[in-house]
Ligand binder design. Structure first.
Ligand code: ZN
Length: 296
């Protein structure tokens, strides 16, 4: 049989197939092959009854997020607050780069606009225009933002991610109390070891599947290579065919179209500055990640 893992808990994988959920375990040789089934995986499984099955094989993954461990994600919905905590372009760009690296579309949802005066609101209208110009949909929390958000769910696997304290739980509660409950369990158990944090679940909402993640206050780029980083900025990718050098990193190369666009104000200074900072980080990263990943 084939199905999709919608929940992983205490060594069991809950596989959804044709309207039924099957409790399964991973076949022994997964460990030997150093792979572990993930929530979101499409799998081959066998089951004589609904509580005693085995995952036999994992079908090829389109992509995979590390935190949370979810595969085959269609879109990441990034929840950021405009104040309390203050809006961080740096953190937003980190989320965006993480998603670009996995080929996952991004949607930006900004909360707490009601705490701003008119001048502050204008600033975020501009930020909305700037990021939409790059190609990222931006939703500002207001009266009908919830409908706009839920309208993105059908036929997609969406993952909520966001800044700690950005009001993600409140938002999820408004969408579905069931989803919000799962979030609370996760955040409460964060201090108690890694088992409970691995409880990732896909919730069927509005003809789509939705997963939540604990809030982030920072993100490290664990898998991105320096040479790939310029490709994670769509507005750089759009300009780079006009750079003199094919592998231009948009640093000090002559006739760089990205730097020219930056000088003309067509590329945001904050995006370029974050690019430089991220590049330094991935260049100086210690190669620990692969080891850690296999140990999972
Ligand atoms: Zn360039």
């Amino acid at each position: 049989m084939q199905g999709q893992i919608r929940k992983a808990l205490s060594g069991f994988y809950y596989v959804y197939s044709n309207g039924e959920t099957y409790q399964t375990r991973g076949r022994g040789n997964f460990r030997k092959r150093k792979i572990s089934p993930l929530v979101g995986d499409f799998v081959e499984f066998e089951s004589s009854n609904q509580t005693d099955g085995y995952v036999l094989d994992i079908l090829p993954r389109r992509n995979m997020l590390v935190r949370p461990n979810v595969s085959n994600v269609d879109q990441g919905i990034i929840i950021m607050s405009v104040v309390e905590p203050n809006f961080s372009e740096n953190l937003l760009d980190r989320f965006l780069v993480t998603l670009e690296n996995e080929g996952i579309s991004a949607v930006i949802y900004l909360t707490k606009l009601d705490l701003l005066n008119n001048e502050g609101k204008d600033k975020f209208q501009q930020i909305k225009r700037d990021y939409q110009a790059i190609g990222y949909p931006v939703i500002l929390a207001d009266d009908n933002s919830l409908e706009q958000l839920i309208a993105l769910f059908p036929n997609h696997l969406s993952v909520f991610m966001g800044q700690s304290g950005a009001g993600k739980s409140t938002l999820l509660n408004a969408i579905s109390p069931e989803l919000s409950l799962a979030t609370d369990e996760i955040s409460e158990s964060l201090g108690r070891g890694k088992h409970t944090t691995r409880h990732v679940e896909l919730h069927p909402i509005n003809n789509g599947l939705v997963a939540d993640t604990p809030g982030f206050s920072s993100i490290d780029f664990l898998t991105i290579e320096p040479v790939d980083l310029p490709k994670m900025f769509p507005e750089f990718v759009a300009q780079s065919p006009n750079c003199k050098f094919r592998e231009c990193r948009h640093l000090h190369e002559p006739s760089c179209a990205v730097k020219e666009a930056l000088e003309k104000g067509q590329i945001l200074q904050s995006r370029y500055d974050n690019y430089l900072q991220f590049l330094e980080e991935v260049e100086n990263r210690k190669p620990v990640y692969q080891k850690k990943k296999r140990g999972n």
